[in-house]
Ligand binder design. Structure first.
Ligand code: DC
Length: 225
């Protein structure tokens, strides 16, 4: 692999996506948000009235799913499901649980694997997810595992949702987030886990800018850029 690949894994709310977005802009990488792919499968299941835990039902849907990932002029990843732009629809809180449930199915992970690897073949990427360093890009040039304590993560997610006008409470967000982390960490296939060679970055006590600077330092120190 000649391109630069940075794998950014960690639990939800650790700040992966905002950090990855800014880092991509700074180094001129493509930011690949792999959670969006699982969210699209979750949305498709929901729309087709298939329960997110109904493995046989979800597997049956897969051949009907046409997924496209594109980048707009601002470098923002847009997701298309059967040609429809679902970039905003997949951010609804109920889709988080759907995405987490379908992501535990090996068939779903296999279905999405090539799309993720293709991106790293074509571009310099910073890719965020749960299994990027362990499964998707085991040869990534740099692997970072971002964590933060549960309250800090829940608070960030809560502020994000309320800023979007979504009515919820801190407790609700925290409980849903912990449940999702448990699902994501305890599943058999590609669980949320730091790769052995990942660098751990705990952002609990770091501001956004401090976290961003840490990541920039790691990238500049690893690659000749
Ligand atoms: O990053 P996110 O919260 O948008 O991801 C939604 C769900 O998708 C998450 O609960 C776990 C799953 N996921 C995954 O299993 N593997 C990835 N590489 C990315 C996301």
């Amino acid at each position: 692999m000649n391109n630069i690949s940075v794998a950014l894994d960690g639990p939800s709310g650790a700040g992966k996506s905002t950090l990855a977005k800014k880092t991509a802009g700074h180094f001129n990488f493509i930011y690949v948000d792999t959670g969006a792919l699982y969210r699209c499968i979750g949305l498709f299941a929901l729309r087709n009235k298939v329960a997110s835990t109904d493995r046989a039902g979800v597997i049956k849907l897969l051949p009907q799913i046409k997924l496209d990932m594109e980048y707009d002029d601002a470098g923002i990843q847009r997701m298309y499901l059967g040609g429809e732009d679902v970039t905003d629809a997949i951010r609804m809180p109920e889709i988080s649980t759907y995405a987490s449930d379908v992501s535990a199915m090996p068939e779903v992970r296999e279905f999405l694997l090539k799309m993720q690897r293709d991106m790293a073949e074509k571009y310099d990427v910073i890719m965020d997810g749960r299994d990027i360093g362990t499964v998707v890009l085991p040869n990534a040039g740099l692997k970072i595992f971002i964590t933060a304590d549960a309250d800090a993560r829940a608070n960030r997610r809560y502020l994000e949702l309320t800023a979007k006008g979504i009515a919820t409470t801190f407790e609700e967000v925290r409980a849903a987030m912990l449940q999702r982390d448990k699902n994501d960490s305890e599943r058999e296939t590609a669980p949320l886990k730091a790769a052995d060679d990942a660098i751990m970055l705990d952002t609990t006590k770091l501001s956004f800018d401090e976290s961003f600077n840490e990541i920039c330092k790691l990238i500049s120190g690893r690659f000749d850029i």
